[in-house]
Write a protein that binds this ligand. Structure first.
Ligand code: ATP
Ligand code: MG
Length: 290
């Protein structure tokens, strides 16, 4: 398809993509917080992630979108160490990291994942959930409950939440449970928070709270990768939007907050990568950044 064949709206959106490319190259001096290079993940004959290269920068929200089966969750699960990439390189602040497990994800890549079905213990209070498996002990023996309760209250306060350390998690709303899950990122000083469909399991009137929470995390200098089928949410909070298609980054857009949901949806489903228009594909954007 030639440029002239495109309808004006798509053409306008593509022009903005060119701008996005320019903006990315202008940030050339900035060191990415996390870089993944040439990630590949196969499930038998299915190539779920196909040569993905992406840089994440401090204090940005990256919206990751794509059709069902595009590879979004797989990409996140590689970052969390749940799945191993078949090949690929991980860099944290420029240094290559041997990332092989959930532990290297948390400790070396400073990643916290907020799961679609929040992995919280409903019968335990908030503070205990926050420190689950990472308890602080006095003299390496006794649980330092006082300190943990106090830290819990501090981070909940930082996130502007009314949730209290002694509240039972099972009695909290879905949105409040998200706050608890996200608090762990602050407690353990993770830099990057991954969220896979955080608004799928909560009532519509709580979506606002989650989006506010994302903006608050960004304000605290955290990097958020948000996977969502709710494109209006992505367009509201994302600084950049990564479109995945069949395991490959089809495009990386700078979000100028002018794009409509239908424009973004069109770009998600339209096969623009091989159209010869010369817009930025994900890899060349990542390459420009180096
Ligand atoms: N554990 C697995 N075993 C085999 N195939 C898998 C596994 N996980 C994902 N896949 C396949 O990998 C591809 C990417 O799936 P993935 O779940 O990452 O997509 P997604 O973009 O998150 O989709 P959705 O929007 O539906 O959540 C799909 O073809 C899927 O069937
Ligand atoms: Mg998924």
């Amino acid at each position: 398809m030639s440029v002239a064949d495109r309808d004006p709206q798509t053409q306008e959106a593509l022009t903005r993509t060119e701008t996005a490319r320019g903006q990315v190259s202008r940030s050339k001096g900035a060191m990415p917080l996390l870089s993944v290079e040439h990630l590949v993940k196969n499930f038998g004959p299915v190539r779920a992630v196909n040569d993905v290269s992406l840089d994440l920068f401090e204090g940005e929200v990256v919206g990751l979108v794509g059709d069902n089966g595009a590879g979004k969750s797989t990409l996140l699960s590689i970052l969390t160490g749940y799945h191993h990439a078949d090949s690929g390189v991980f860099r944290y602040r420029g240094e290559v990291v041997a990332h092989t497990s959930p532990s290297s994800s948390r400790r070396a890549l400073k990643i916290e994942m907020i799961y679609q079905h929040l992995d919280l213990a409903p019968d335990l209070p908030v503070w205990q959930n926050l420190f689950l498996a990472e308890e602080r002990r006095k003299f390496k023996i006794f649980l330092d409950k006082r300190w943990m309760r106090q830290r819990a209250a501090e981070v909940l306060g930082e996130l502007g939440s009314k949730v209290k350390p002694d509240d039972l998690v099972g009695a909290l709303s879905g949105g409040e449970q998200q706050v608890v899950a996200i608090s762990r990122a602050l407690l353990f000083e993770r830099d990057i928070v991954l969220m896979d469909e955080p608004t799928a399991a909560i009532s519509l009137n709580k979506v606002r709270d989650v989006l506010d929470l994302i903006m608050r995390l960004r304000g605290l200098g955290k990097t958020v990768v948000l996977v969502s089928h709710r494109l209006e949410d992505i367009l509201e909070v994302a600084d950049r939007i990564v479109i995945l298609r069949r395991g490959t980054i089809a495009q990386i857009l700078h979000n100028d907050h002018q794009m409509s949901v239908s424009e973004l949806a069109r770009m998600m489903f339209e096969d623009v990568v091989h159209s010869g228009v010369g817009i930025s594909d994900g890899e060349s954007v990542a390459e420009e950044n180096r």
